[in-house]
Design a protein around this ligand. Structure first.
Ligand code: SAM
Ligand code: SF4
Length: 471
């Protein structure tokens, strides 16, 4: 092997040579059914696969073996995550940006998009609008601008959000998606109590990365690729990685993504908390026709299923970039977190414009349904929309969270918590229709809690919520 798993530096580990060797290995063995079957036999245990094995599964064209991969992915997802889907919303703080990312309408040279940065008062209004929908978990998003949206602005905004006490509780977890920064800044974010630090690699192919990021601090491939190493060093132990599918060939980036997860696990003892799987979308001055590597819905579903098999303990996120139909197909085989009722505009929640007419959005939304519509749809499909943030509040992040999920105790812990938070949502925010369907789902969900004492406690909590008690 030409790579060193325990290398302190992600960029050294996720080497071009090893990615090419992996692609060659998968191409050479893609018709080797016995080898693929042996990998799948092991995969059922839910112990994960390495990047070479995962890439071989992705290369396999045999229909029956692909169906087997989907059923193993479904089985692992059901076993480790149950039927709960964690809900969140993005909150765009500022679209000022000094970078030149050629796929993003917020790039510095775009003069057609109105620029805006929320004041603390506007943030309060946005957050209250989000809370009025029922959200408890946010992902903050902003461009990179050393003067207009610096670290002090972000820290002040996080404090503002955590301090808001509105009707039925508060935002309980603030995740942050901002450009790569220093260990010192990551330490400050950790001290500010963020949940997950999210940063997408965009692509692991260095020449493509450099071509797509011609200007600005984000053009430094090594600094960007090693961001999660610095975040971990700064004390953040829940990190979320991802690539923007469509920028480069999916096989290359799929391999890079899994190697990144392996690197974090090998060096820090804890893999990524989440993996995001965004696909490039049209937006203001961005035309997806300029990105010939866009992937089909079928390949997308296979990628999600194989990630589920390869890194079973990592949550998987999709956003409203995906349509209802596409979301439905990937929820089944692996996705565990979903955004809902989203606006990708700075200041999009407190105003009353339809998302379809939003000219300042970061990208065009495919799923424009309200949170209530999404909750009802999930319930109809048998999923429990979860607003739970208990792990985070009890300090169960990083390796402590991984230990919980690896212990297989999710059904006794996250399952009941999801039901309780769904009950709160139904009481406080849901439409009559969603409420009726949700109550029915809670009753059947209760029966699935294996431990009798935990089931009794959940029943008691649900009764208390009905009487007006809130967490
Ligand atoms: N500015 C930070 C950064 O670049 O990492 C974080 C915020 S940025 C708005 C979040 C992500 O949006 C980027 O990492 C990129 O993958 C994604 N993005 C940008 N343009 C997109 C597009 N046209 N379609 C889909 N996703 C896009
Ligand atoms: Fe700026 Fe992020 Fe968009 Fe790049 S992806 S232009 S850094 S907001």
């Amino acid at each position: 092997m030409t790579y060193n798993k325990a290398s302190r530096k992600a960029e050294e580990f996720i080497s071009h040579e090893e990615i090419l060797a992996t692609l060659a290995f998968a191409e050479a063995n893609k018709d080797n059914k016995a080898m693929i079957e042996a990998i799948l036999d092991r995969a059922i245990d839910g112990k994960g696969l390495d990047h070479r094995e995962a890439m071989l599964l992705l290369e396999c064209e045999d229909e029956a073996l692909q169906q087997r991969m989907f059923s193993i992915a479904k089985e692992i997802k059901q076993r480790l995550y149950g039927n709960r889907i964690v809900m969140f919303a993005p909150l765009y703080l500022s679209n000022y940006c000094v970078n030149g990312c050629t796929y993003c309408p917020y790039h510095a040279k775009n003069k057609t998009i109105p620029r805006r940065k929320l004041t603390q008062d506007e943030i309060r209004k946005e957050v209250i609008a989000l809370q009025d929908m029922g959200h408890k978990r946010l992902a903050l998003e902003m461009g990179e601008h050393p003067k207009l949206n610096d670290m002090d602005y972000l820290l002040e905004s996080i404090k503002t959000i955590y301090d808001i006490k509105h009707k039925n509780g508060a935002i309980r977890r603030v995740n942050v998606n901002i450009a790569a920064t220093s260990v010192e800044n990551y330490r400050k974010l950790h001290e500010a109590g963020i949940g997950t630090y999210l940063l997408f690699q965009e692509t692991y192919h260095r020449p493509t990365y450099e071509a797509l990021h011609p200007t600005g601090p984000k053009s430094d491939y090594i600094y960007h690729t090693e961001a999660m190493d610095r975040a971990m060093e700064g004390g953040i132990d829940d990190v979320g990685i991802g690539v923007l599918f469509g920028l480069n060939t999916y096989k290359y980036d799929f391999t890079g993504l899994l190697m990144h997860a392996e690197h974090l696990e090998a060096v820090f003892g804890v893999g990524p908390h989440t993996i995001s799987v965004p696909r490039i979308c049209p937006a203001d001055d961005i035309d997806t026709a300029d990105f010939p590597n866009s992937i089909s819905d079928d390949i997308f579903r296979r990628i999600v299923a194989i990630i589920r098999i390869a890194v079973p303990y990592t949550g998987m996120i999709i956003s409203t970039r995906e349509s209802q139909q596409s979301r439905e197909r990937v929820l089944e085989v692996g996705v565990s977190q979903l955004s809902g009722g989203s606006r990708t505009t700075v200041g999009g929640y407190a105003v009353d414009t339809a998302p379809e007419t939003d000219e300042t959005a970061q990208f065009d939304l495919s799923d424009t349904r309200t949170l209530d519509e999404i909750a009802e749809w999930l319930i109809d499909l048998g999923y429990v929309p979860s607003f739970c943030t208990a792990c985070y509040r009890e300090g169960r992040t990083g390796d402590r969270f991984m230990a919980l999920i690896k212990s297989g105790q999710i059904a006794n812990c996250c399952g009941p918590n999801a039901l309780i938070t769904l009950k709160e949502y139904l009481e406080d925010y849901a439409s009559a229709n969603t409420k009726k369907k949700g109550e029915k789902l809670i009753l059947s969900g209760l029966k699935m809690i294996p431990n009798e004492k935990i089931r009794a406690k959940a029943e008691k909590n649900l009764g208390e919520i009905e009487e007006g008690k809130r967490d």
